[in-house]
Design a protein around this ligand. Structure first.
Ligand code: IPM
Ligand code: MG
Length: 360
């Protein structure tokens, strides 16, 4: 039997609950298609800090590197807010992205027809929205040097460096055009080229790469305008290609189109060797252990793993269809609660999706 090894990093807060459900779903779909998934667990984030005094211990990195793919829950808890920046749980995320060279972050913002009324925007504005944000994940002002806080001219001075090598831009641009070629063949490059030199280079290289993909239409948009257009007319977008910090901000914004952070998955890919899949929501420490968080984002992240790491497209579609069927049948978790629908717990939502996959 074909076997895939998955590094399972539940992380903090509600991370365990949501990854438990994704594991159930992977097992169910594996059973149906005769594929085996083996899970190796490791600590990341605050729980790793408690055990090893670092949020990203080597043992976790090694398990992640030796697996076929990584499934992550979420990291962070308010109780770690006072820790020095280098050992805060978020550092583990940045660290694992860099160590595994996960430069391409795919964040789909899909509005399910079953849930359009949940969006804070008007139904006619959001219905049918299907955006794929491709965010560069290992460069930009997140990792640029020099950086720091020091004394200059007798006062404190803080600085970071927003920078990209053309090779970093080129490889993320190729990912965006390849993804677009499987979708509606439109890439919108989002930058701040009217002000920033680094953005001018970003735009120039993306335009150059676009020549390899003549069937795909490239447009450019300044990030401030893009932030406005995502709300005004989200349906105009297919693939949005952008750098690390703009992608961080725009992906949170776009997630709200769907009505709940609890629905949205993500994939972080490298040049083929490593890949990590995680929900875009945080660890929701206040909801930990209460059986109320929505496992759908993590379940859909597992589905993305099947598609992007293992090429198991039919199994991916099976999971997505099962999720949609459960929503259509009127089941909701607390975050997407609706009048006339049945609100169920985290585990029941997972079980319903498994039941749908297995036809029971
Ligand atoms: C995200 C998060 C992270 C980021 C934080 C937690 C470091 O906001 O994945 O979008 O800024 O990339
Ligand atoms: Mg973010």
């Amino acid at each position: 039997m074909q076997t895939y090894k998955i590094a399972l990093l539940p992380g903090d807060g509600a991370g365990k609950e949501v990854t438990d459900e994704a594991v159930k779903v992977l097992k169910a779909v594996g059973q149906k298609y005769g594929i085996e998934f083996e899970f190796e667990k490791a600590l990341i984030g605050g729980c790793a800090y408690e055990e090893y005094k670092t949020p990203l211990p080597d043992v976790t990195l090694n398990i992640a590197k030796s697996a076929d793919a990584v499934l992550l829950g979420a990291v962070g808890d308010w109780k770690y807010d006072k820790l020095p920046p280098e050992v805060r749980p978020e550092r583990a995320l940045l660290g694992i992205r860099k160590e595994l060279n996960l430069f391409a972050n795919l964040r789909p913002a899909t509005v399910y027809p079953e849930l359009t009324s949940l969006s804070p925007l008007k139904e006619e504005v959001v219905s049918g929205t299907d955006i794929m944000i491709i965010r560069e994940l290992t460069g930009d002002v997140y990792f640029g040097t020099p950086k720091g806080i020091e004394i200059r001219n007798g006062e404190k001075y803080g600085f970071n460096n927003m920078c990209y090598y053309e090779s970093e831009i080129r490889r993320i641009a190729h990912v965006a055009f390849k993804v677009a070629s499987q979708r509606n063949k439109k890439v919108c490059c989002v930058d701040k080229a009217n002000v920033l030199d680094v953005s001018r280079l970003f735009r120039e290289i993306v335009e150059e790469v676009s020549k390899d993909y003549p069937e795909t239409e490239l447009s450019n948009m300044y990030v401030d305008n893009a932030a406005m257009q995502i709300i005004r007319n989200p349906k105009q977008f297919d693939v949005i290609l952008t750098g690390n910090i703009f992608g961080d901000i725009l992906s949170d914004e776009a997630s709200m189109l769907s009505g709940s952070l609890g629905l949205l998955p993500s994939a972080s890919l490298s040049d083929g060797k490593y890949a990590m899949y995680e929900p875009i929501h945080g660890s929701a420490p206040d909801l930990k252990g209460m059986n109320v968080v929505n496992p759908i984002a993590t379940i859909l992240s597992a589905a993305m793993m099947l598609k992007y790491s293992f090429n198991l497209n039919e199994m991916h579609d099976d999971i997505v269809n099962a999720v949609r069927k459960v929503l259509k049948d009127g089941y909701r978790t607390k975050d997407i609660e609706q009048k006339g629908m049945e609100t169920v717990g985290t585990d029941k939502m997972g079980n319903l999706i498994c039941g749908n996959i297995l036809g029971i």
